[in-house]
Design a protein around this ligand. Structure first.
Ligand code: F0G
Length: 439
């Protein structure tokens, strides 16, 4: 087992030592990836991981570090910064299946992580590498989840977290977490893409460790989402995995995890992967429609109420393109109305998620309607974040007040507005007996 950094651009493939602080190739400007060499027997590995399920060691209890042989950049377990990430449920969701046009559907809910999103799977690895390097200050720009996650892990590791957020475009639940975890929080009057360019420059000039998803160690941690998902399925590979895409780090990580499991021999085929973008922030979908020819054209003013994926210039697009092509996957876009309705359906399953996560079900519905995904396919949708991230959105949807960018009204298709009643038992009893209350 060993790990090295390598330029993701196959025409370059420059190599760097694993502990070099580098986010883009010095030769060609390409993305950096961790290249792992594995030498384990697949059966021995999976039984080792099984045996850890009964352990109380914090590393074994983590849904990332239980699979630590897949993250060989960590050579000393004392560097690991963990707050019990991963271990997220894989739900059967019959109502969501019917809505999405498939016979059966599973939802892998990353919102059950300690800070409420899939970012914790990656952040535990990114902050672990920072600790290994003796870093004191870490920074990120975020649409919300990354910042909450980084703030928590930095606090746990005793590092200073510096967070940059698009002013006024952040769900309150996330801003609240960053403040509570003690992060130095800077709200900038610019969008995610503009702030990322600024933060990359600042981090390089000031020697602050950058923990956005171009940090290759974040991607290493995020791989564990698909490893855990397949472990929960007894290594039975689904036909399709559907997930939302913003900056495209998550699909890059998912694809890498799948490739490595295949290489070791733990799985014997790849699932197809579908990425769903919000229609107002869909540069990767546009690239896909062009047959993945040429470079991604950034959307300069991305818009969507799914603030988590309000990104016009996704950094990891070359990795994402590779993984979509490698899995014979697809890219689709979903409108604000489609996302809002899919989200309410996931809520009705007793599960719930944040708007960006619901793009996965909205996308599935489209892909079954157009015949790309067959009704009898074995499908897993990844829910990336928790329902409580954005209660304003939820309340406005259910009370028929939700408006998409451009003041476009969202129809409250599955609305469930609260009922205001006087403090009068007779009136409340009469109401409870009425057809309106009996549903
Ligand atoms: N879903 C949620 C809930 C997210 O927070 C994000 C990204 C995505 C999906 C998209 O994942 O960027 O890897 O394609 N949120 C980032 C953030 C950008 O700052 O929290 P991606």
């Amino acid at each position: 087992m060993s790990a090295e950094l390598v330029c993701f651009n196959s025409a370059c493939s420059a190599r760097y030592p694993i502990d070099e602080v580098i986010y883009e190739c010095r030769e060609c400007g390409g993305l950096i990836a961790v290249e792992n060499r594995f030498d384990q027997d697949p059966k021995q590995l999976t039984s080792l991981w099984d045996s850890r399920a009964a352990s109380r060691d914090p590393l074994d209890v983590s849904g990332v570090w239980r699979f630590r042989e897949m993250l060989p950049f960590v050579t000393d377990p004392r560097h690991v910064v963990t707050i019990r990430e991963g271990n997220t449920p894989l739900f059967d969701a019959p109502q969501a299946a019917a809505y999405g046009g498939v016979d059966a559907l599973q939802l892998k809910h990353q919102g059950y992580n300690p800070t409420g999103s899939f970012k914790d799977n990656g952040m535990t690895a990114g902050v672990t590498q920072a600790k290994k390097l003796g870093i004191e200050r870490v920074a990120c720009v975020s649409t919300g989840n990354t910042s909450a996650s980084m703030a928590a892990y930095a606090a746990a590791a005793g590092m200073q977290a510096i967070i940059f957020l698009p002013h006024g475009k952040i769900a309150y639940g996330k801003l609240a977490q960053a403040l509570e975890y003690g992060a130095l929080t800077i709200q900038v009057e610019a969008n995610f893409d503009q702030i990322l360019a600024l933060v990359r420059k600042l981090a390089a000039e000031m020697g602050i460790y950058l923990l956005n998803s171009m940090n290759p160690f974040r991607v290493e941690g995020q791989k564990s989402i698909v490893i855990e998902m397949l472990d929960q399925r007894n290594w039975k590979v689904p036909d399709w995995i559907v997930l939302p895409g913003g900056n495209l780090g998550n699909v890059s990580a998912l694809g890498k995890g799948l490739r490595e499991l295949l290489e070791i021999g733990i799985i014997d085929r790849l699932p197809r992967v579908a990425v769903v973008q919000a229609a107002g922030s869909a540069p990767f979908y546009e690239l896909y429609q062009r047959g993945f020819e040429g470079d991604l054209k950034a959307v300069t003013s991305p818009e969507t109420l799914a603030t988590a994926i309000r990104i016009g210039a996704p950094v990891s697009w070359p990795k994402a393109r590779f993984e979509i092509q490698n899995t014979n996957g697809t890219v689709v876009s979903a409108t604000e109305q489609e996302i809002a309705d899919a989200k309410a359906v996931i809520g009705r399953c007793g599960i719930g998620c944040e708007p960006a996560s619901a793009a996965s079900l909205a996308g599935l519905k489209k892909l079954t309607a157009e015949g790309t995904i067959a009704a009898d396919s074995d499908v897993v949708c990844v829910l990336t974040g928790h329902l409580l991230k954005d209660p304003d959105y939820v309340y406005h949807y259910h009370t028929d007040q939700l408006k998409a960018p451009g003041d476009v009204k969202i129809v409250s298709t599955f609305g469930n507005a609260p009922v205001v009643m006087p403090n009068d038992p007779a009136k409340i009893a009469a109401f409870l007996d009425s057809p309106a209350a009996r549903g």
